[in-house]
Design a protein around this ligand. Structure first.
Ligand SMILES: *Cc1c(COP(=O)(O)O)cnc(C)c1O
Length: 368
């Protein structure tokens, strides 16, 4: 029988605040691959999987939340949406606003937005304003616009976003047959760690569905949540907001996370941790993923992998466990990092003449 993945709202409707009557705005998000990471598994002695969120319609996990937020915006009769963004939220908001027939305004911080993300927002026709300030300043303005002007806020402070993003945890459990022992992910504004924890909790106990009665528990346990921040933007590690966050991992360059309390709860209730990794460690993990696992992510997405490798080196990763790492966004978002070698120089293709013998020699091949 013909079946196409219907997007996270239709696939998990019984566990989301929607009804049969809801007009769903979707681009077919979710259903992303859970890839067995062979080399990370060998390294750690645990079974490590990558939840490859770059495979979403706009190339990041933000689409899971945006389908819910845009559906809520339409339900509320909104004509326009607004968001603050380090890049991926704007790309996602712009695409889903287009699908919904809504206007979209995007506030991005000065500098350090990747070309890939900027071009997506522009391609989808968003009105893009670059604010003289950082992400936290942009979010502040976006929240005030949502409060005092006729625009609908689609940042993850909107609870609809978290609802959509919790489906990432559902998919992991549905793929593995149970929850993993540890779930690792990058932490920026901290919506995603909050959302995964919500999803894992809801799947591990009977669930009172608004539309389908009491649903039985799907998993027998919940994982420890391990979050990793960039060292220059690590407010959870510092224990207070950071006023000048700085990291090459622009997606997690956030000093004052909106989902502070829920992230702390995710960490503590799950018996997990939130720690920091340096930009160097992030870029090493970025290279590990592309060169050893065959998975290309943007730098911020590699923070979780960097964290696992760091914890392993410290002897703090248990063996014989199941570990899932969310890699949050696609490598093509921010491709220039792949063209830098470990010593910081630029990779250039080797130029050769139009001649098979020279090409074979360059490749180190002997004729058969
Ligand atoms: C948004 C984003 C993050 C951070 O997620 P939070 O929910 O803000 O913690 C990490 N990686 C990528 C690629 C993102 O787009």
């Amino acid at each position: 029988m013909a079946h196409q993945w219907r997007g996270v709202i239709r696939e998990y409707a019984e566990r989301l605040p929607v009804t049969e009557a809801t007009t769903v705005i979707t681009l077919g998000e979710g259903g992303t691959p859970l890839v067995h990471a062979q080399k990370l598994s060998e390294l750690t002695g645990s079974q490590v999987y990558l939840k490859v969120e770059g495979m979403n319609p706009t190339g990041s996990f933000k689409d899971r939340g945006m389908t819910m937020a845009m559906t809520a915006a339409v339900e509320a009769g909104a004509k326009a949406v607004v968001c603050a963004s380090t890049g991926n939220t704007s790309a996602s908001a712009a695409a889903y606003a287009t699908a919904a027939g809504l206007k979209c305004a995007v506030l991005v911080p000065e500098g350090k937005i990747s070309m890939g993300k900027l071009s997506q927002a522009i391609a989808h026709g968003a009105t893009l304003l670059q604010v003289d300030g950082n992400f936290d300043n942009c979010l502040d303005i976006a929240r005030k616009l949502g409060e005092s002007y006729p625009v609908f806020l689609v940042n993850s402070v909107n609870p609809a976003r978290i609802q959509g993003q919790k489906t990432g945890a559902f998919e992991v459990v549905d793929s593995l047959g149970d929850a993993p022992d540890i779930h690792v992910l990058p932490v920026g504004n901290a919506g995603n760690i909050s959302a995964y924890w919500k999803g894992y909790k809801e799947y591990s106990a009977p669930y009172e569905s608004a539309t389908a009665g009491t649903l039985p528990a799907v998993s027998t346990k919940t994982p420890a949540m391990w979050g990793f921040q960039a060292a220059g933007a690590a407010p959870f590690v510092a224990g207070h907001p950071i006023t000048e966050p700085d990291t090459i991992a622009t997606a997690i360059r956030i000093g004052n996370p909106a989902s502070w309390d829920t992230a702390i709860a995710a960490r503590d209730e799950s018996g997990g941790l939130i720690e920091a990794v340096t930009d160097e460690e992030i870029l090493d993990a970025h290279r590990w993923l592309s060169s050893k696992e065959g998975v290309f992510v943007e730098p911020g997405s590699a923070a979780g992998v960097a964290g696992l490798i760091k914890k392993h080196a410290a002897g703090e990763v248990p063996t014989g466990k199941t570990i899932v790492i969310t890699v949050t966004g696609h490598g093509l978002k921010d491709p220039q990092w792949a063209l830098r070698t470990a010593d910081g120089s630029e990779v250039q293709p080797v130029k050769v003449p139009n001649d098979v013998v020279t090409v074979a020699t360059e490749l180190g091949l002997d004729a058969r």
